[in-house]
Design a protein around this ligand. Structure first.
Ligand SMILES: [Zn+2]
Length: 206
């Protein structure tokens, strides 16, 4: 199941190399080249079908210094500038995980910290993003197992850590994490290099 992507179009700058250049604010979802949009919300609130893909997002550089916070310069392919002027928002779905938005980090981490305190790797209806999704927590141990105590918690190794909502595909990934002893039974194996939690969570067999 895909995850929601929404971008508020704040202005059309022009066209360059076959792409429409817009100023836009990401309302929800990833901002990666290639994300598709299939619906446009017009100025009067009605919706129209579109077929658009992001070509490039310019987040840094001299030309962006005067942009308001959160506004990106985005290049979109598949629609001309004139047609896009009446568009207020673009909506679509993406198949990949949606990395937690910085503004949402505090409630997201609070939910997963509570799971770690309760020593559980799944929690139904626990997602701060969508409210209804089941949260999953996964660890790997990379390298030799070892034993030590960290803030009163027994640890068994160092590895990686994935957080994931099965409903809205929101996710977070940590490339280095301490693995608590209680989670040892749920450690996933043979996941070298994977950031995408969808495949990793499947290995938990839950
Ligand atoms: Zn969710």
């Amino acid at each position: 199941m895909g995850a929601a992507v929404r971008i508020a179009v704040e202005g059309v700058v022009g066209e360059a190399d076959g792409a429409v250049v817009c100023l836009a604010r990401v309302v929800k979802g990833p901002v990666e080249v290639g994300d598709g949009f299939d619906r446009a919300v017009l100025a009067d609130g009605s919706e129209a079908p579109v077929e658009l893909r992001i070509v490039a997002i310019r987040r840094s550089g001299v030309e962006l210094r005067d942009l308001p916070p959160g506004v990106n310069r985005i290049e979109l392919s598949g629609m001309d500038a004139e047609a896009l002027r009446g568009v207020r928002e673009l909506r679509g779905r993406t198949e990949g995980p949606v990395w937690v938005w910085p503004a949402d980090q505090v409630p997201w981490q609070r939910a997963f910290n509570a799971m770690i305190e309760d020593r559980v790797v799944t929690r139904e209806n626990g997602c701060p993003e969508c409210g209804t999704g089941t949260l999953y927590l996964a660890f790997s141990i990379d390298g030799p197992e070892s034993r030590w105590v960290e803030r009163g918690e027994a640890m068994c190794g160092v590895g990686r850590h994935w957080q994931w909502c099965a409903q809205c595909s929101t996710a977070e990934y940590y490339c280095r994490a301490m693995v608590p002893e209680w989670a040892r039974a749920h450690v996933v194996a043979e996941v070298t290099g994977w950031r995408d939690p969808r495949e990793v969570v499947r290995l938990l067999g839950l």
